[in-house]
Design a binder for this molecule. Structure first.
Ligand SMILES: NC(=O)c1ccc[n+]([C@@H]2O[C@H](COP(=O)([O-])OP(=O)(O)OC[C@H]3O[C@@H](n4cnc5c(N)ncnc54)[C@H](OP(=O)(O)O)[C@@H]3O)[C@@H](O)[C@H]2O)c1
Length: 348
């Protein structure tokens, strides 16, 4: 079987890391790179020439869309460009892996999903965290009942991104802010655990001078079930910031034990703690999963796309489109409660 060939649209910072990840996969390769600037495409190709000697640089997305040798397109341009770019490639029949945040809002996401369905083409949000071995291991522990029923999740996720080099993350007109840049990670993780429609939301936000959300806190409370003497309560909370570095962990507490994931968005390691016979949590983990970190970690989502497309699937069961849409709608609810509107939304 010939290699599955990815094309990249938007060869910027993250696309470099995605390309390095592709090099880990024996049956997947980089076939072409397209940019609105031919110089950018050329520079990207020359950076990776030793890994992908046959990859072609294009100075327009149209050339990539009509290249018959490209099996799927990875979209890694700005948040504000995702919807239009995805629809462009989908309408040319190209399967699409679209960087997070999938879109600016749920309306755009819905249009993209409809476009994929109209053209009967594969589409997936590039929520790479879901495909990492450490995430998969944590979910396996939960499925096996190791922590009992998961009832709480806590995450602190922060990086100092309000800097000159990261101007797009503080620019409202580029779809910046803590929510779309970082918040989508814990929110997507909570969605895997408890679903994407909390019954109650508590939140607080701090805005940057540019108008974007520099940091925020959320508490999600999910549907409750009665049990003797009370309710079965499930909640998730996160503190997210682009102006401070945090520990970037995810902790999932269950009725019998808990799991702690270090650097959860990139899946460094996971630890499972259980209770001792006296009912106290042991200070040492019962099990630690810390696999050797291969390359950049972006290879796992790429492998999922190749596998799904080759099997004729139109979406991934691990990151379904209905869930992507529901997460975008949840983020819309948060932004609406903070009064944050992107200029592009005013034009609609
Ligand atoms: N999965 C992750 O871990 C991760 C990490 C970081 C970022 N991301 C996401 O990846 C996407 C790209 O982020 P990045 O940091 O790689 O972006 P970037 O390097 O700043 O730019 C990527 C591409 O966006 C287009 N672009 C950038 N600035 C532009 C401008 N001023 N006007 C018009 N087009 C412009 C260009 O596309 P062309 O060259 O095609 O014109 C550029 O190559 C974002 O959606 C971000 O949220 C994901």
């Amino acid at each position: 079987m010939s290699a599955f060939r990815f094309g990249i649209a938007g060869p910027g910072a993250i696309a470099h890391r995605f390309a390095l990840g592709l090099a880990e996969l024996p049956e997947v390769t980089l076939g072409a790179v397209a940019s609105n600037s031919k110089e950018r495409a050329d520079a990207f190709i020359s950076d990776h020439i030793s890994l992908f000697p046959d990859a072609v640089p294009y100075g327009s997305y149209a050339q990539l869309a009509t290249d018959p040798d490209i099996d799927a397109v990875y979209i890694s341009n700005l948040n504000t460009q995702h919807a239009e770019t995805a629809e462009f490639f989908l309408s040319h029949g190209k399967p699409v892996l679209c960087e997070k945040p999938f879109a600016l809002n749920a309306t755009q996401a819905e249009r993209m999903i409809q476009c994929a369905r109209n053209h009967d083409v594969f589409l997936m949000e590039a929520m790479w965290t879901r495909f990492l071995p450490v995430t998969r291991k944590a979910l396996e522990w939960i499925r096996e009942g190791r922590i009992g029923s998961p009832v709480r999740a806590y995450s602190d996720f922060g990086m100092t991104l309000m800097t000159e080099e990261n101007r797009r993350t503080v620019a409202l007109e580029k779809g910046g802010g803590a929510l779309l840049d970082l918040g989508v990670y814990p929110i997507s993780f909570f969605s895997m655990l408890f679903g994407s429609e909390p019954q109650e939301i508590l939140t607080t936000v701090t805005r940057a001078v540019t108008g974007v959300d520099a940091s925020f806190e959320i508490i999600f409370r999910y549907e409750e079930q009665d049990r003797p003497f009370g309710k079965d309560v499930k909640t998730a909370c996160a503190s997210v910031s682009i102006d401070n570095a945090f520990s970037n962990s995810m902790r999932i507490a269950g009725t019998k034990g808990y799991i702690e994931i270090k650097d959860f968005w990139m899946g460094r390691s996971a630890m499972f703690f259980e209770k001792d016979p006296d009912g106290f949590f042991r200070s040492r983990p019962t099990e630690v999963f810390e696999p050797e970190y291969h390359s950049t970690g972006y290879q796992y989502e790429a492998a999922e796309v190749a596998e799904c497309v080759r099997a004729g699937k139109k979406e991934s069961p691990v990151m379904p489109l209905s869930e992507t849409h529901a997460i975008m709608a949840l983020m819309d609810r948060l932004r609406s409660s903070w009064g944050i509107v992107f200029p592009q939304e005013l034009l609609v």
